[in-house]
Design a protein. Sequence first.
Length: 351
Amino acid sequence: MAMIETDAVIVGAGPVGLFQVFELGLLEIKAHIIDSLAYPGGQCIELYPDKPIYDIPAVPVCTGRELTDNLLKQIEPFGATFHLGQEVTVVEQQADGRFKVETSKGTQFLAKTVFIAGGVGSFQPRTLKVDGIDKYTDTQLFYRVRNPAQFAGKNLVIIGGGDSALDWALNFAQEGPHQAESVILIHRRDGFRAAPASVAKMRELCDALQMQFMVGQVTGIEEAEGHLTGVKVTGGDGVTRLVPLDMLLVFFGLSPKLGPIAEWGLGLERKQIVVDTEKFESSTPGIFAVGDINTYPGKKKLILSGFHEAALAAFGAAPYVFPEKRVLLQYTTTSPKLHKVLGVETPNFDD
């Protein structure tokens, strides 16, 4: 593959990575963005696409999917190129100061700057450790719900005690387009990590016989003619019961993996990249880290904090991209230059 030369490579297409495109674009810095997922949105799309977010400034409420869609719309003027479904495997500084970046699919870049916006790394679901069950993954065993419609009308067993387990159990148990034939929630104990309101609603639905809750752990499976037909659940009383099912959903949480980033020679602290608070630059000049992947005194893992970091990182990168140019702060409200970059008309305030 031909080497792609660019001003910036952004690793991670979550909300902060997407907003980094915008902040770089305002400074006329061209970017390519890489993500291991097959679609943009990062944690917002993976973990809570339909759950409300309340702390985005000037947006009283939006879902993870809505936030992602709006960010994608916002960065359209800058024509960033996405390289999805591939992981960055190599970042090496060259003799001229630029960085060679290579992905798992063999895509190669030569970039003046690198922005790591990879959240807390790539997420891998914590799996159910039961002999023989792995072969049903993505046919009858699921660790994420991508298409709720495929579970409608099915006999579901859901395992877990966190928000994801409770949210999906309630979603499938109640009347609606995705209502299941039956829902049985299994958790190893009668206490939950989920929101108290969700737990209360679950108990209410159990009392109304709209779903069932069992305390216990899955210790085995039942199969017939190449299909998973049930799970064996051992309760606190030591009795093992067979629970029939069509589909099994497991929500044990996601385990973040820092992955190849750990091998890039950057200063790390508890698997996070140490940055300054002036430019959010790492220990390697020209490599910046924004969002949940970085750490500094007072760090708060909030999307809005990541947006602030992206703005300062863009200004920090400008001298690497335009070494002969003085970059001034301009305002999108009044700057004709920024209006041209954004493809909008400059308003006439005299009218």
